[in-house]
Ligand binder design. Sequence first.
Ligand code: SF4
Length: 301
Amino acid sequence: MGREGGNQEVKEAGDPESGLSRRQILQRIMGLGAAGAMAGAAGEVGLTSLLGMGCSHGQAGKGKTVVALTPDGKGVPGRRWIMVIDLSRCDGCGECMTACSKMHFVPPSRQWIKVLRMPGTGDEGAPFYFPQPCYHCDNPPCTKVCPVDATFKREDGIVLIDNERCIGCRFCMAACPYSARSFNWGAPENPPEAEARGYSPEWGYPRKTGTVEKCDFCPDMAAKGILPPCTSHCPMGAIYYGDENEGTVSNGAGETVNLRNLLRKGGAYRHMEELGTEPRVYYLPPRNPKYKAPDEAGGGA
Ligand code: SF4
């Protein structure tokens, strides 16, 4: 599907209240400049008032409420999905990446969850591995800069993208301090299975040219009580997923543990917490690794 082919959809998915097509919206935004948008539409005319739009997902904004193109935007009632990654268990095998990419038809050039090799710190420090999905931040900078509410935070904690609505401005990508988002520049290759299932923000495919994507915390699976593939396929049991309200998380090794104890005893922290983004992904530091060091015989990925 080329860019031109998508423009009809763009027009249809514009703002019905202002009568603007998505192309017109994009032109106006570009006229404002990315810096203004990144600053939260600071200045005399904010993006929200410019577009005559409000926020339909509980974000900041004072304009009129628009009908969301997404499902109700609330997610699974009563749930608050959360992830904990035990860095002392991650041996860098990459099974989480492989399983995630397979299930979401992610092209080989990108990953929704990356496994970074981190250098050791200090004389005692050893290198370790650092799986990094989208953090589904409770104070997400990405959603605040989207001029058309295409990316939004649900009440169950998950941050999603609606590619029926995304205009490809990429402000969200610039706003994310964790580089969690990717852009579909060219015509994506959607396998027949992806086309057959049809699009939903809850699984993010079939992909569309000129739209943004990222880890979605597998909300369709969570609603059925199924662990995401990154979690269920981790042979080390390093990734836990669960419901903060219920107070338990489970890993691929079949362990279900008390969330509060896991965080407290493991000395949990969140990545770049000082930014105030409030990630919903916690890390347990790589103390006493339960795998061979990368420079040991048989160790590393
Ligand atoms: Fe948004 Fe980035 Fe936080 Fe994900 S990690 S919610 S993309 S700011």
